[in-house]
Ligand binder design. Structure first.
Ligand code: PGA
Length: 257
C-alpha cells in the first residue's frame, strides 16, 4: 500500500491558481495519483471535481447539521455528494481553536458525515501544554473516546464511509511550526491510535473494517522529514504549507511512492 498524501490548502489560492495547480498535478502522470486527496477552499470543489475527475477532493469542513435548511454559510453531506466530493476533514485544530469547535460539535460532524456517506478525515492532536506536561496520551485518548462513541452509536454494517475512515494525528504545536515530534513520541501516539482502530473492528464484529482505516500524520511535514514520519508507522501525511507549491507536492508524492 502506498502512502496517502492529503494536501490541505486551508484559506489559500485563487480559483485560477487552483485550476493551474490541478492541471500540473494531472499532467505529471504520477503513478500514485490515486493516493492523493486535495482539500481546496469549499467554493472551488464542484468545479475542480468535475474538471479533474482523475483527482480526489475533500472538503475542509462539513456542517454538524444533516438536513437541508436555513443554515447560512453551512454545507452538509448531501451538498458535498452533489459536488462529487466524498471526503471531508473534520475537527482540524484550526476549526477547534479559532472557530470554537468543541468535541461535541466534532462528534456531530462525524455522525453527519458517516450517515451522509462522506468519508471522514478526522483530526486529533494535543496542544503544547499537554505535550510539555507529558499528558498527551490522556489527551489523545479523550479525543478518541468521543470518536469511538459516535462510531459505536451509528455503526451499520452497510456503511461505506467507515471502511475508508482516515484518522489524522496532528499535534497542534507541530502545525506550521517547522517542528515535528520525536520518533518515540510519534510511535507512542500511533500505538494509542492503532489500539482504538482495533476497537472499531470489535464494534463492527464480522466486517473487519479496521484493516482499511488509515492513520496519517500532519504538522510541518516536508520533503526533508516525510520518510522519517512514514518510517515511524504512519500510512500517510496531511500536509499544509509544503503542499501549496505544486512542484514540491509532486516531489513529495514521488519520494513517498
Ligand atoms: P502544516 O499544516 O503542514 O502547514 O503544518 C498541516 C495542517 O494543518 O493540516
Amino acid at each position: 500500500m502506498h502512502p496517502l498524501i492529503i494536501s490541505n490548502w486551508k484559506m489559500n489560492m485563487s480559483l485560477n491558481s487552483a485550476i493551474d495547480f490541478c492541471e500540473t498535478i494531472e499532467n505529471a502522470k504520477l503513478a500514485n495519483i490515486h493516493d492523493l486527496i486535495i482539500c481546496p477552499p469549499a467554493p472551488y470543489l464542484a468545479l475542480l471535481s468535475s474538471k479533474f475527475p482523475s483527482l480526489t477532493f475533500a472538503a475542509q469542513n462539513i456542517s454538524s447539521i444533516a438536513p437541508y435548511g436555513a443554515y447560512t454559510g453551512e454545507h452538509n453531506a448531501a451538498i458535498l455528494k452533489s459536488c462529487k466530493v466524498h471526503y471531508s476533514l473534520i475537527g482540524h485544530s484550526e476549526r477547534r481553536t479559532l472557530f470554537g469547535e468543541t468535541d461535541e460539535i466534532v462528534a456531530q460532524k462525524l455522525r453527519c458525515s458517516l450517515e451522509g456517506e462522506i468519508t471522514p478525515i478526522i483530526c486529533i492532536g494535543e496542544p503544547l501544554e499537554a505535550k510539555n506536561t507529558n499528558q498527551y496520551s490522556n489527551f489523545l485518548q479523550n479525543q478518541l473516546d468521543v470518536i469511538l462513541d459516535i462510531i459505536a452509536k451509528h455503526a451499520t454494517s452497510t456503511q461505506p464511509s467507515i471502511s475508508d475512515l482516515i484518522i489524522a494525528y496532528e499535534p497542534i504545536w507541530a502545525i506550521g511550526s517547522g517542528i515535528i515530534p520525536t520518533q518515540n513520541h510519534l510511535k507512542e501516539s500511533f500505538d494509542i491510535i492503532k489500539s482504538y482502530i482495533a476497537k472499531i473492528d470489535e464494534i463492527y464484529e464480522k466486517s473487519r473494517v479496521a484493516k482499511n482505516i488509515k492513520l496519517v500524520y500532519g504538522g510541518s511535514v516536508s520533503l526533508d522529514n516525510i520518510k522519517q514520519i512514514l518510517d515511524a508507522g504512519a500510512d500517510g501525511c496531511l500536509i499544509g504549507k509544503a503542499s501549496l507549491d505544486c512542484k514540491n507536492l509532486i516531489e513529495i508524492l514521488t519520494v513517498s511512492y
